[in-house]
Design a protein around this ligand. Structure first.
Ligand code: DAT
Length: 170
Protein backbone atom coordinates (compact mmCIF):
# COMPACT_ATOMS: atom_id res chain seq x y z
CA UNK A 1 0.00 0.00 0.00
CA UNK A 2 1.29 3.45 -0.86
CA UNK A 3 1.49 5.83 2.10
CA UNK A 4 2.25 9.57 2.16
CA UNK A 5 5.27 11.25 3.79
CA UNK A 6 4.51 14.26 5.96
CA UNK A 7 6.83 17.09 7.01
CA UNK A 8 6.10 18.99 10.23
CA UNK A 9 8.13 22.16 10.49
CA UNK A 10 8.25 25.36 12.53
CA UNK A 11 10.34 27.15 15.14
CA UNK A 12 11.59 25.03 18.09
CA UNK A 13 8.84 24.75 20.72
CA UNK A 14 5.81 25.09 18.45
CA UNK A 15 4.80 21.46 19.07
CA UNK A 16 6.18 19.45 16.12
CA UNK A 17 7.29 16.46 18.22
CA UNK A 18 4.05 16.39 20.20
CA UNK A 19 1.95 16.44 17.02
CA UNK A 20 4.19 14.00 15.15
CA UNK A 21 4.20 11.36 17.88
CA UNK A 22 0.47 11.64 18.48
CA UNK A 23 -0.20 11.41 14.76
CA UNK A 24 1.91 8.25 14.52
CA UNK A 25 0.05 6.69 17.45
CA UNK A 26 -3.31 7.29 15.75
CA UNK A 27 -2.37 6.26 12.18
CA UNK A 28 -0.23 3.66 10.37
CA UNK A 29 2.41 6.28 9.61
CA UNK A 30 5.69 6.25 11.54
CA UNK A 31 7.24 9.21 13.33
CA UNK A 32 10.92 9.88 12.74
CA UNK A 33 12.70 12.67 14.56
CA UNK A 34 15.47 13.92 12.28
CA UNK A 35 17.53 14.65 15.38
CA UNK A 36 17.34 10.96 16.35
CA UNK A 37 18.03 9.82 12.80
CA UNK A 38 20.98 12.12 12.75
CA UNK A 39 22.36 10.62 15.93
CA UNK A 40 21.86 7.08 14.61
CA UNK A 41 23.33 7.80 11.24
CA UNK A 42 25.77 10.43 12.45
CA UNK A 43 24.34 13.06 10.20
CA UNK A 44 25.66 15.81 12.43
CA UNK A 45 28.64 17.79 11.34
CA UNK A 46 29.49 19.54 14.59
CA UNK A 47 28.06 21.89 17.17
CA UNK A 48 27.36 25.60 16.74
CA UNK A 49 28.60 27.20 19.97
CA UNK A 50 27.02 30.59 19.29
CA UNK A 51 23.55 29.25 18.64
CA UNK A 52 23.96 26.24 20.93
CA UNK A 53 22.65 23.74 18.45
CA UNK A 54 23.95 20.81 16.47
CA UNK A 55 24.74 21.47 12.83
CA UNK A 56 23.08 18.99 10.54
CA UNK A 57 25.32 17.70 7.77
CA UNK A 58 23.08 18.60 4.90
CA UNK A 59 24.88 16.38 2.39
CA UNK A 60 24.37 13.34 4.52
CA UNK A 61 20.68 14.08 4.88
CA UNK A 62 20.62 12.31 1.53
CA UNK A 63 20.88 9.12 3.60
CA UNK A 64 17.36 9.79 4.72
CA UNK A 65 16.31 9.20 1.16
CA UNK A 66 16.11 5.45 1.73
CA UNK A 67 13.70 5.86 4.62
CA UNK A 68 11.51 8.15 2.57
CA UNK A 69 11.30 5.84 -0.43
CA UNK A 70 9.14 3.38 1.50
CA UNK A 71 6.59 6.09 2.34
CA UNK A 72 4.51 6.49 5.49
CA UNK A 73 7.05 8.64 7.34
CA UNK A 74 6.32 11.68 9.51
CA UNK A 75 9.39 13.91 9.79
CA UNK A 76 9.73 16.74 12.28
CA UNK A 77 12.42 19.37 11.83
CA UNK A 78 12.97 23.07 12.40
CA UNK A 79 14.11 23.62 8.86
CA UNK A 80 13.12 22.23 5.52
CA UNK A 81 14.98 23.82 2.65
CA UNK A 82 17.55 21.04 2.37
CA UNK A 83 15.01 18.22 2.19
CA UNK A 84 14.15 16.95 -1.23
CA UNK A 85 10.85 18.39 -2.39
CA UNK A 86 9.76 15.05 -3.81
CA UNK A 87 10.01 13.37 -0.39
CA UNK A 88 6.89 15.00 1.00
CA UNK A 89 3.30 14.91 -0.09
CA UNK A 90 2.27 17.59 2.40
CA UNK A 91 4.02 20.10 4.68
CA UNK A 92 2.56 21.55 7.87
CA UNK A 93 4.06 24.68 9.40
CA UNK A 94 3.09 25.00 13.06
CA UNK A 95 2.80 28.45 14.54
CA UNK A 96 2.59 29.62 18.14
CA UNK A 97 1.93 33.08 19.59
CA UNK A 98 5.11 34.79 20.82
CA UNK A 99 4.20 34.92 24.49
CA UNK A 100 3.16 31.25 24.54
CA UNK A 101 6.32 30.23 22.69
CA UNK A 102 8.52 32.31 25.00
CA UNK A 103 7.09 30.55 28.06
CA UNK A 104 7.54 27.09 26.50
CA UNK A 105 11.17 27.77 25.57
CA UNK A 106 11.90 29.35 28.96
CA UNK A 107 10.78 26.07 30.53
CA UNK A 108 13.38 24.31 28.40
CA UNK A 109 16.03 26.46 30.05
CA UNK A 110 17.17 28.15 26.85
CA UNK A 111 19.72 30.98 27.18
CA UNK A 112 18.40 34.53 26.68
CA UNK A 113 20.06 34.70 23.26
CA UNK A 114 18.54 31.43 22.13
CA UNK A 115 15.13 32.51 23.47
CA UNK A 116 15.30 35.80 21.60
CA UNK A 117 16.55 34.20 18.37
CA UNK A 118 13.80 31.61 18.37
CA UNK A 119 10.99 34.02 19.21
CA UNK A 120 12.27 36.35 16.50
CA UNK A 121 12.36 33.43 14.07
CA UNK A 122 8.67 32.89 14.88
CA UNK A 123 7.75 36.58 14.61
CA UNK A 124 9.30 36.82 11.16
CA UNK A 125 7.66 33.55 10.07
CA UNK A 126 11.03 32.30 8.87
CA UNK A 127 10.00 28.66 8.65
CA UNK A 128 6.78 29.48 6.83
CA UNK A 129 8.71 31.51 4.25
CA UNK A 130 11.24 28.70 3.96
CA UNK A 131 8.49 26.13 3.41
CA UNK A 132 6.76 28.31 0.80
CA UNK A 133 10.07 28.78 -1.01
CA UNK A 134 10.97 25.07 -0.87
CA UNK A 135 7.66 23.40 -1.74
CA UNK A 136 4.71 24.02 -4.02
CA UNK A 137 2.52 26.51 -2.14
CA UNK A 138 -0.49 24.21 -2.44
CA UNK A 139 1.18 21.49 -0.33
CA UNK A 140 2.15 23.92 2.47
CA UNK A 141 -0.39 24.36 5.27
CA UNK A 142 -0.27 26.60 8.29
CA UNK A 143 -1.51 25.23 11.63
CA UNK A 144 -2.02 27.16 14.88
CA UNK A 145 -0.43 25.40 17.87
CA UNK A 146 -1.14 27.28 21.10
CA UNK A 147 -3.60 25.20 23.11
CA UNK A 148 -4.54 21.51 23.43
CA UNK A 149 -7.80 22.10 21.49
CA UNK A 150 -5.73 23.20 18.50
CA UNK A 151 -3.58 20.08 18.79
CA UNK A 152 -6.76 17.98 18.61
CA UNK A 153 -8.20 19.85 15.63
CA UNK A 154 -4.84 19.65 13.84
CA UNK A 155 -4.78 15.90 14.42
CA UNK A 156 -8.34 15.52 13.10
CA UNK A 157 -7.53 17.54 10.00
CA UNK A 158 -4.32 15.64 9.20
CA UNK A 159 -5.88 12.22 9.84
CA UNK A 160 -8.70 13.07 7.39
CA UNK A 161 -6.13 14.19 4.83
CA UNK A 162 -4.14 10.92 5.26
CA UNK A 163 -7.30 8.81 4.78
CA UNK A 164 -8.17 10.71 1.58
CA UNK A 165 -4.63 10.39 0.26
CA UNK A 166 -4.56 6.63 0.84
CA UNK A 167 -7.93 6.25 -0.89
CA UNK A 168 -6.81 8.32 -3.86
CA UNK A 169 -3.43 6.61 -4.29
CA UNK A 170 -4.20 2.92 -3.88
P1 DAT B 1 8.91 21.14 19.04
O1 DAT B 1 9.02 19.68 18.69
O2 DAT B 1 8.33 21.94 17.92
O3 DAT B 1 10.18 21.73 19.54
P2 DAT B 1 7.34 20.18 21.29
O4 DAT B 1 6.44 19.19 20.65
O5 DAT B 1 8.51 19.65 22.05
O6 DAT B 1 7.83 21.27 20.23
O7 DAT B 1 6.40 21.07 22.24
C1 DAT B 1 6.94 22.05 23.11
C2 DAT B 1 6.10 22.13 24.36
O8 DAT B 1 4.82 22.67 24.07
C3 DAT B 1 5.84 20.79 25.02
O9 DAT B 1 5.91 20.99 26.42
C4 DAT B 1 4.43 20.43 24.63
C5 DAT B 1 3.78 21.77 24.45
N1 DAT B 1 2.76 21.81 23.36
C6 DAT B 1 2.91 21.40 22.10
N2 DAT B 1 1.80 21.61 21.37
C7 DAT B 1 0.92 22.19 22.20
C8 DAT B 1 -0.44 22.67 22.06
N3 DAT B 1 -1.10 22.61 20.88
N4 DAT B 1 -1.04 23.21 23.15
C9 DAT B 1 -0.38 23.27 24.33
N5 DAT B 1 0.88 22.85 24.54
C10 DAT B 1 1.52 22.31 23.49
Amino acid sequence: MRLPNILLTGTPGVGKTTLGKELASRTILKYDNVGDLAREGQLYDGFDEEYECAILDEDRVVELENKMKGGGVIIDYHGCDFFSERWFHIVFVLQTDNSVLYTRLEKRGYSVKKLQDNVQCEIFQILYEEAMASYKPEVVHWLPSNVPEELESNLDQIIKWIEEWIKDNN
